[in-house]
Design a protein around this ligand. Structure first.
Ligand code: ADP
Ligand code: MG
Ligand code: MG
Length: 977
């Protein structure tokens, strides 16, 4: 049996790999191979596959014997192509050794350049007298890099040697070091290596090479790399590849250079070639900041000069663009970048080196970009005919949309600010203000035109007005699903929660951390996207929606199947959400209306009342307020559906808890403190979230349901009379038993009928329920006989299905995630395997009992992209999320539709099969030699035909449509059974 292939060659005559082989060759290796296949000049080399990394760790960090053979074979090929020999003192081949996993990964090993150098081989670099310095400088750089990266010697030892040498000779700038100085430095480097490792610096090029290969594989399991993988959910099994490549030199004189560039501006997305280079430099000098890099384009250079107050004369003489300095090379580079962009159909981030005016490409990859650039590039590329709208929709992540919607710190301003501490990034965006320690102050300061950040240990519903007034919220306790976090996200207000590093004293109105003490009125700034808390005032800016953004969202709207509604409790939220494209309100929580102004008084009166009469009298004070709220919200939504949930939370939430507040309340209500305390005791529950709440309230106190229904229907009648369209959907919460629903439904329908009669008008409305108790989900068929819609309350459903208290889960959930017990927080992204079953079952049984039942989701998960994909697959009709997440959900829903598109999947599979077949055929060709040439070319033309058929065939499309229909029929049948 032939030995397994671990090493893949790439070079000007073509490569054994290609861009589709990222899993085997790593991103860097696959793209180097692809560029060679495209006849772009790349120094020859080879890639040791990622499989080797896995084998290496399985074998206790040993290689199978065939690896050395394959490396030698390929090294020989590189020598042939480059016309140099590894280790040859006359004409030495030097190598770079570069790591490269599937995805670019900081934390992996740094690249080693100039490998193969020693005091012998460096002679071969010296073609003329003037090369001597370059040769010695290359050697000392190599020793420094190798010593640090491979031998593990701290960089500071080498730095120290340089600075003492400079001191000794009074040298200021590295470039002033003479050949003699550099020779002396090499000697001291040798000593350092000996002292630090008790070994000599390896002079044998082969030994150097294997040392470097070991180091790359070794770096896969270093701490930084492991942490990074964990953070990004990359698997340890991927492994890294090792790229060994012939060196080219950008530092051999003034007709040499090195640079990096983006095919479009990565910050703005503008279709402008954008990059920097340095004359006579090597490797990462451009990004290292030792010398001022120059702009590649003339336009870029002029812009740079203007920004840095550099005169045109100085610019042209000292910092010319590559376009001016080497016009032919520049033109060549432009042709290549255009070719690459066209080929990859995405913005590329490229690295290159110019050796004696010859351009070599060293890397290309899809470039990282800001959110704004992602949107612009995606839309531009559709307009340019490079990609389809579906591709564009997949190019922008929902997170990027999120970034675009929130205020951000002005970069320059943030750079200068001092970081105090970090908490959890609970609600994205940036805010700055003077600190206040309670909600009343936040509101009062705002009324005086002041900007505030509300600092609390944790927040409660009573803090809402303060949260609205403040520019941001900072809490000492609580996690990502704490009250502060959830409410802040709902408002689109930035919030940093769980700042354990701050000692917050609300009574003294101080924050302490280390030596720092902040008082009320001091300025701080918080970044809810990162969790950073900064000292002082940092400038913020709000991004604007531009045409590209609107266009992309438009495509998303046309593509998605799910409708997007919003959770909104106020007309203001409703109007924000409509601006963001909401198609209705999926959850309007009436209890939030109970806290505002003096309403809380009436609510408390109702709770304190001894009998039905007393309760009714208190409710009579509330009905006007409620009707007004519903009137405003229904009016704002102009006939779009508005799901209004009847009172849900346990009543104790409306009563005060602090003695001072109790005293105040007693005064206002004109009763004794004792009476209030008694009532609080009476209402106390051990497990309030499983206690007297939801429809249980409306069943034990039907007058509440009656009052709320009346308020809704009266508002609806009033608006209808005014000629304004309305569509209320009244929702009964926490139903687990059809009898509960029937009892509430009867009150609702009877009340509505009464109002219609009084007003002499009829208004269409629905009565439905939330599915949030597991029993409700399981008996959905019974409930659907009566309920006209289901809205999945996935927060409570998760809480009850998993048995995790939403309010206390933070105490263990992050441990669970750390220890791999949970993959993610089930309160943020729905647990598809567990809770998901309840959703599926309820949807299926609900539809069976009532085929036209409306199905939607409200709750945190409605704004989470992974959950949205799941709800799309469950066949729900809409998701509802907080106003600021509406655009995110619109894009996520479109992506769900694209990613689950059967036609697309089949096409993709066919294309993958095609490219596999193609590369196998190539492989066979390479191995079989001339005899099989004929067979190969036949196979190739066969493949071409197949590809054309794939691209053009209406037949195939029809076939796919047919398959899809059959597939759906089977699915439906399956569901019915
Ligand atoms: P990173 O992953 O950090 O970008 P690279 O492997 O791309 O690391 O190497 C960094 C830089 O080293 C390259 O941009 C290039 O300037 C230089 N380099 C790498 N390989 C070679 C080579 N064969 N010849 C010349 N320079 C090289
Ligand atoms: Mg690097
Ligand atoms: Mg690179």
């Amino acid at each position: 049996m032939a030995a397994k292939k671990f090493v893949y060659f790439f070079g000007p005559e073509g490569s054994e790999g290609n861009a589709s082989m990222k899993n085997i060759l790593g991103g860097k290796g696959a793209n180097l191979a692809e560029m060679c296949n495209m006849e772009i000049p790349v120094p020859a080399g080879f890639t040791i596959a990622t499989d080797m990394c896995t084998v290496y760790y399985k074998n206790d960090r040993n290689y199978p014997p065939e690896l050395a053979e394959q490396v030698d074979e390929n090294l020989k090929k590189v020598e042939e192509v480059m016309g140099k020999k590894f280790g040859d003192p006359e004409n030495p081949l030097l190598l770079s050794v570069r790591s490269g996993a599937r995805a670019s990964m900081p934390g992996m090993m740094d690249t080693i350049l100039n490998l193969g150098l020693n005091e012998n081989t460096l002679q071969g670099l010296i073609k003329t007298e003037s090369d001597t310095r370059f040769a010695w400088d290359s050697l000392r750089r190599f020793m420094q890099m190798y010593g640090n990266v491979v031998m593990g010697i701290k960089g500071e030892h080498f730095e120290h040697a340089i600075s003492s040498l400079k001191d000794k000779y009074g040298i200021k700038n590295d470039l002033e070091m003479t050949v003699e100085n550099l020779k002396e430095l090499v000697e001291s480097y040798k000593k350092i290596v000996k002292e630090q490792t008790c070994k000599e610096f390896p002079t044998d090029p082969k030994e150097q090479l294997w040392g470097a290969i070991d180091a790359v594989f070794g770096s896969w399991m270093n701490e930084r790399a492991i942490v990074y993988r964990k953070m990004n959910g990359f698997s340890d099994d991927w492994g890294t590849a090792v790229n060994v490549q012939a060196m080219v030199f950008g530092n051999m004189g003034n007709d040499c250079a090195t640079g990096v560039a983006f095919t479009r501006n990565p910050a703005t997305g503008e279709h402008i070639f954008f990059g920097e280079y340095l004359i006579n430099a090597q490797g990462e000098d451009v990004v290292a900041g030792i010398r001022t890099p120059q702009q590649i384009t003339l336009a870029g250079s002029k812009k740079w000069a203007a920004e840095h107050n550099v005169s045109e004369e100085e610019r042209a003489s000292k910092y010319p663009s590559l376009e001016e300095y080497m016009p032919e090379v520049y033109e060549n580079l432009c042709n290549i970048y255009k070719k690459l962009e066209l080929h990859y159909r995405d913005m590329q981030d490229i690295e290159f080196t110019i050796e004696n005016r010859k351009l070599w490409m060293l890397q290309t990859r899809n470039g990282k970009r800001t959110a704004a650039a992602a949107v612009k590039i995606a839309v531009d590329m559709v307009n340019e005919g490079l990609i389809e709208t579906d591709d564009a929709l997949l190019r922008v992540t929902p997170d990027q949309i999120d970034q675009l919607l929130h205020p951000q710190f002005v970069k320059e301003s943030k750079k200068n600010a001092k970081l105090i501490t970090k908490g959890l990034p609970a609600s994205p965006g940036a805010g700055t203000g003077q600190i206040v320690f309670n909600a009343e102050d936040a509101a009062a300061w705002k009324a005086n035109g002041l900007e505030t950040i509300l600092v609390r240990l944790e927040t409660s519903p009573e803090d809402i007005t303060g949260m609205v007034a403040a520019n941001g919220i900072l809490t000492g306790r609580g996690g990502m699903t704490s009250h502060a976090a959830v409410v802040a996200r709902g408002m689109g207000k930035c919030c940093v929660s769980g700042c354990g590093g701050l000692n917050i004293n609300v009574d003294e109105k101080t924050i302490k951390t280390g030596d720092l003490v902040l008082k009320e009125g001091d300025w701080i700034s918080i970044d809810g996207s990162t969790g950073e808390v900064l000292l002082g005032k940092v400038a913020t800016e709000t991004p604007q929606f531009n045409d590209e953004f609107e266009k992309l969202m438009n495509w998303a709207d046309n593509r998605r199947a799910l409708k997007i509604r919003t959770n909104a409790d106020t007309p203001r939220d409703a109007s924000t959400a409509r601006r963001f494209g909401a198609q209705g309100i999926g959850l309007c929580r009436t209890e939030h209306m109970f806290f505002e102004g003096d309403r809380i008084k009436a609510v408390r009166e109702m709770i304190l009342a001894d009998d039905l009469e007393g309760r009714k009298a208190a409710l009579a004070k509330l009905i006007g307020h409620q009707r007004g709220d519903f009137y405003a919200i229904l009016k704002e939504m102009q006939g779009l559906p508005v799901t209004i949930r009847l009172l849900d939370p346990p009543l104790h939430e409306f009563l005060p808890s602090e003695p001072q507040q109790i005293k105040e309340m007693a005064e206002i209500m004109g009763c004794s403190e004792e009476k209030i305390n008694d009532k609080i005791k009476a209402l106390h529950e051990i497990n309030p979230m499983l206690g007297l709440r939801g429809c249980r309230l409306g069943i034990t106190r039907p007058e509440i349901t009656e009052m709320q229904t009346r308020a809704i229907i009266e508002a609806a009648c009033e608006l209808t009379k005014e000629g304004i369209k309305v569509f209320p959907e009244i929702m009964v919460p926490l139903v687990g038993n059809v009898q509960e629903f029937k009892y509430q439904e009867k009150i609702i329908r009877e009340t509505a009928a009464k109002v219609f009669e009084e007003k002499g008008i009829n208004v269409e409305f629905l009565v439905g329920t939330m599915i949030e108790v597991p029993r409700g989900a399981l008996t959905a068929d019974e409930i659907a006989e009566h309920a006209e819609f289901f809205s999945f309350g996935t927060n409570d459903l998760t809480q009850m299905c998993l048995g995790y208290s939403r309010d206390d889960a933070n105490k263990f959930i992050y441990d669970y995630i750390d220890k791999g017990i949970l993959e993610k927080n089930p309160f943020r992204s729905i647990d598809q395997t567990g809770v998901g079953q309840l959703v599926e079952i309820a949807a299926r049984r609900g539809k069976k009992a009532r085929p036209n039942i409306k199905l939607g989701v409200c709750g945190e998960h409605g704004g989470d992209p992974a959950s949205i994909d799941f709800f799309h697959r469950c066949g729900l009709q809409y998701v509802s999320c907080s106003p600021y997440r509406v655009p995110i959900a619109r894009l996520a829903a479109a992506q769900a539709a694209i990613n689950n598109d059967v036609v697309r999947q089949i096409k993709q599979t066919a294309e993958d099969a095609y490219s596999k077949a193609e590369s196998t055929a190539k492989d066979v060709y390479a191995k079989a030699g001339t005899v099989a040439k004929d067979a190969y070319s036949k196979a190739e033309s066969g493949l071409k035909n197949l590809k054309e058929t794939l691209e053009n065939s209406e037949e195939l499309k029809k076939g796919v449509e047919g398959a899809k229909k059959i597939f759906n029929d089977i699915k439906d049948k399956f569901k019915k059974d």
